[in-house]
Design a protein around this ligand. Structure first.
Ligand SMILES: *[C@@H]1O[C@H](CO)[C@@H](O)[C@H](O)[C@H]1NC(C)=O
Ligand SMILES: *[C@@H]1O[C@H](CO)[C@@H](O)[C@H](O)[C@H]1NC(C)=O
Length: 816
């Protein structure tokens, strides 16, 4: 079977070979090699410490140890595979190997000295294999060596461990145990020894006692064996003893009587754990009674199968050293019995600490006389509101854990504590609790820690909280707000409201001492900034994983939050924008909004400045470029164009008699401008525009008046070049008069006034009232001084006289 994990390495290596064959160049050589190594590093192992790697190949059906492991591998997990042998070559190159886990394989054979090159190896787990014989040395630096759950016949292997002075943990398994095998190990000061024994156990008495270990854990086979001597020795070997798989039914009474005997006979054990035990109630009482009068201070029974019958057995409560009694994961195979028989045994125990966990217990009795219990843990049972109702004997109780039971009314839970004058910590989490408005709560005032997490409560719970509570855990409930009208919790320092339905941060005026606040996993979009003002004492907050609305409010909040010296848990990774959509998923850390988009004053100032700048530049542009003039000219030009278009569509009769496009009237003094600018610009030399000019077109024989009238009548437009000189010229005024006259008689605006130079009103003699009137109407074209405006001026003027004359050939010639 080929394992996929090697594909990256093999493929990059073959790529490497291919390339080197083809190219052969040293540069490519190095480059590709680098790629291959880099690929291997990144695809499997992670960095352990600097330059050290963790390689996890657990659960991969590997038939053998993978080849080509990175030589820097420090931690190698090969557990749960199909490996059957470990060869010298498997680990030779791994000189940095510290931890090797090959547990749960099928290894039956190790090469001699397989790990002798792994000098740094400290942790070796070979448990749950099929090893039956090992020879060759393990490295001396081992701290942890696990050979438990293997098929060793004897423990002769232990002879090789004498020089492992660092060894703390030793796991062993064997059928035959004899003193001789432990001779070498006996010199070591161990922390833990695990010994798994088989049902064919051949035990030489006194062997175990040779070991020096703080903790001894013996795993018996699942079948019943006679463990007498092992047991006897076990109780004399260590201080902490754990025995697993003890299935001695009531029929095997000898076992339990010998148990009672060994427990009380020179036992060194002060902490005893019995794991996976099957026994009837009466035997259980015998066991507890035996332990009760022994040296054991901490007694734990775990995975207990309680067999039939349950009857009352007398118990002697006197004289005990026991400090803590624990019984957990109890499977009761009896259905009908007097429950009080069971509860009574426990409730009357005069010991500081008792735990009865996961035992299907439906009730517990109130001790009949003032009890010594300071710690009671009844988690994961079926206890109801009636537990300890009106109980006044738990006077020393400091911690009561009723997690995961069937408590229902919060007010009754409070009443339960009323007489527990020493109670400090109460855990009633994972019950389905209810509180109805108006119910009275009677908490013991001594409570400082209350765990109400996962209790299905809503915000009304705040009306029923012990007054002096310092730590309040309300995570995973249905709280949508912290009500404002509740009694102040002056002492509250830590409040956990994670995984609720909050839409805002709580108001700290209710909790003046609050220092730690959890509000992660809620529905907070925009935390109100009041929080920062009111909650000055909060030094740590976790508000991660909320659906933050990334806007200006939040920006302010983040900013001020960063300013304060608070410790923000989960920052920055669990703080992301949820809304608006375009920034969804962005870390709050990376969310930026410009100051201007959030500050109205700045925004207004900026808008004002922009408007001001625009206005000023428009004004100055007008001034510099004379924009109004351009606009005026453009307007006239458009108007003219429009008119021409209309005229073209319905050409009036009048054009029939016209010979010229324009007649020009001007003063002699302005003739230079007329000849060198006006005429050349209008005629453009292509003959398309005909101008009637008196010097050119006047007929000498005729009177001047006749000439003028004739010319005016044959021209489409009359252009008058106005200037102070024009005013002075009598002739010009006549011309103007005629032209204007025609304007009125034929109601066609054929008059174009060109103002060559400004004419002050006072210069115009009063007899020229017509001119005055025309000037007053400002219907003239001004000759611009700036050269750049000339183009538009000419265009405008040309447009004004632009008309197609009926007979362009029939020129005015000298007839004017
Ligand atoms: C080795 O693997 C077993 C089984 O997966 C596990 O219980 C043990 O903790 C592992 N040891 C180390 C050092 O990882
Ligand atoms: C409250 O109980 C829950 C389990 O129900 C536990 O996870 C949590 O840590 C406890 N809280 C405190 C403050 O001890």
């Amino acid at each position: 079977m080929r394992d996929n994990r090697y594909q990256p390495l093999t493929s990059s290596l073959s790529l490497y070979l291919l390339y080197t064959k083809k190219m052969g160049g040293p540069v490519i050589h190095i480059f590709i090699l680098f790629c291959a190594v880099g690929f291997t590093f990144c695809s499997n192992p992670q960095l352990f410490a600097e330059n050290e790697l963790i390689a996890n190949y657990s659960h991969r059906n590997l038939p053998s140890v993978p080849k080509s492991l990175p030589s820097l591998t420090a931690v190698l997990d090969l557990s749960y595979n199909e490996i059957s042998v470990l060869l010298n070559s498997d680990f030779n190159s791994l000189s940095k190997l510290k931890v090797l886990n090959v547990s749960n394989n099928k290894i039956s054979w190790l090469d001699t000295g397989v790990l002798k090159f792994n000098k740094d190896l400290e942790y070796l787990d070979l448990s749950n294999n099929s090893l039956w014989n090992i020879s060759g040395t393990f490295t001396e630096g081992l701290r942890h060596l696990d050979l438990s759950f293997n098929s060793f016949k004897t423990l002769s292997v232990c002879k090789e461990f004498g020089n492992m002075l660092q060894l703390e943990f030793l796991g062993l398994s064997a059928e035959k145990i004899q003193k001789l095998d432990f001779k070498e190990v006996a010199t070591l000061q161990l922390h833990t020894v695990i010994l798994t024994i088989t049902d064919r156990l051949d035990y030489e008495q006194g062997s175990l006692q040779m070991l020096k270990t703080e903790k001894l854990h013996i795993v018996f086979p699942m079948k019943e064996v006679d463990p007498q001597f092992v047991m006897y020795d076990a109780f004399k070997t260590s201080e902490i003893l754990e025995l697993t798989n003890i299935f001695y039914s009531w029929s095997y009474e000898d076992f339990w009587s010998s148990f009672s005997y060994v427990v009380n006979h020179n036992s060194s054990v002060h902490s005893l754990t019995l794991n996976n035990v099957g026994l009837p109630w009466t035997t259980l009482v015998v066991v507890v009674q035996a332990v009760w009068h022994s040296s054991i201070e901490y007694f734990t029974m775990s995975e207990v199968n309680l067999l039939p019958w349950i009857t009352r057995v007398p118990f002697d409560y006197s004289n005990t050293l026991m400090k803590a009694f624990t019984i957990e994961h109890v499977h009761v195979k009896v259905f009908e019995f007097d429950q009080n028989v069971v509860y009574f045994l426990f409730s009357e125990m005069m010991i500081p600490s008792m735990t009865i966990k996961d035992a299907n217990m439906v009730h517990m009795l109130c001790p009949t006389k003032p009890s010594l219990f300071t710690y009671l843990d009844f988690s994961n049972n079926e206890l109801t509101d009636d537990i300890f109702e009106g109980c006044g004997t738990l006077v020393l109780l400091e911690t009561l854990i009723l997690q995961q039971n069937k408590l229902y009314k919060l007010s009754k839970a409070s009443a339960m504590t009323a007489q527990m004058k020493s109670l400090r910590n109460l855990d009633i989490s994972q019950n389905t609790l209810q509180y109805e408005d108006g119910e009275d709560c009677y908490w013991s005032e001594s409570i400082i820690t209350l765990n109400l997490s996962s209790a299905d409560v809503d915000e009304s719970v705040f009306k029923c909280i012990p007054v002096n509570v310092k730590t309040l855990d309300l995570h995973n409930n249905q709280i949508s707000t912290v009500p404002v009208r509740i009694a102040k919790l002056k002492a509250l320092e830590e409040l956990n409201l994670a995984s609720n339905r909050l839409i805002d941060l709580p108001d700290c005026s209710l909790f003046p001492s609050l220092a730690i606040l959890y509000v992660d996993l809620n529905s907070i979009q925009t935390p109100s900034s009041d929080f920062l003002q009111n909650c000055k004492n909060v030094s740590a907050i976790n508000a991660g994983n909320n659906p933050f609305q990334c806007d200006c409010n939040l920006r302010d909040f983040i900013y001020r939050e960063k300013q304060s010296a608070e410790d923000i848990a989960g920052w920055p990774d669990s703080y992301r924008c949820e809304y608006p959509d375009d920034v969804k998923g962005t870390l709050l850390k990376d969310f930026h909004l410009a100051e201007i988009s959030c500050n109205t004053v700045i925004l207004l100032v900026v808008v004002f400045i922009v408007i001001l700048v625009v206005v000023i530049s428009v004004l100055s542009l007008c001034k510099v470029l004379d924009l109004p003039w351009y606009l005026k000219m453009m307007w006239q030009w458009t108007k003219t164009k429009h008119r021409i278009n209309t005229v073209h569509r319905n050409p009036p009769e009048i054009h029939k008699n016209l010979v010229y496009h324009a007649f020009i009237s001007y003063s002699q003094q302005d003739s230079i401008w007329v000849k060198s600018y006006l005429i050349p610009n209008l005629e453009k030399g292509d003959g398309s525009v005909q101008i009637c000019q008196h010097e050119r077109n006047f007929v000498p024989g005729r009177s001047i008046i006749e000439n003028i009238i004739n010319c005016i009548e044959k021209s489409y437009k009359s252009i008058f070049v106005l200037s102070p000189n024009f005013i002075q010229s009598e002739w010009c005024h006549y011309e103007l008069y005629f032209a204007h006259h025609r304007l009125f008689t034929e109601s066609s605006d054929n008059l174009i006034l060109v103002l060559l130079e400004p004419i002050p009103q006072y210069l115009i003699p009063s007899k020229y009232y017509k001119l005055k009137a025309l000037m007053a109407q400002r219907t003239y074209l001004e000759w611009p001084k700036e050269k750049r405006k000339h183009g538009l001026f000419w265009a405008n003027l040309r447009a004004a006289i632009n008309v197609s004359l009926s007979t362009p050939e029939e020129t005015c010639s000298l007839n004017c």
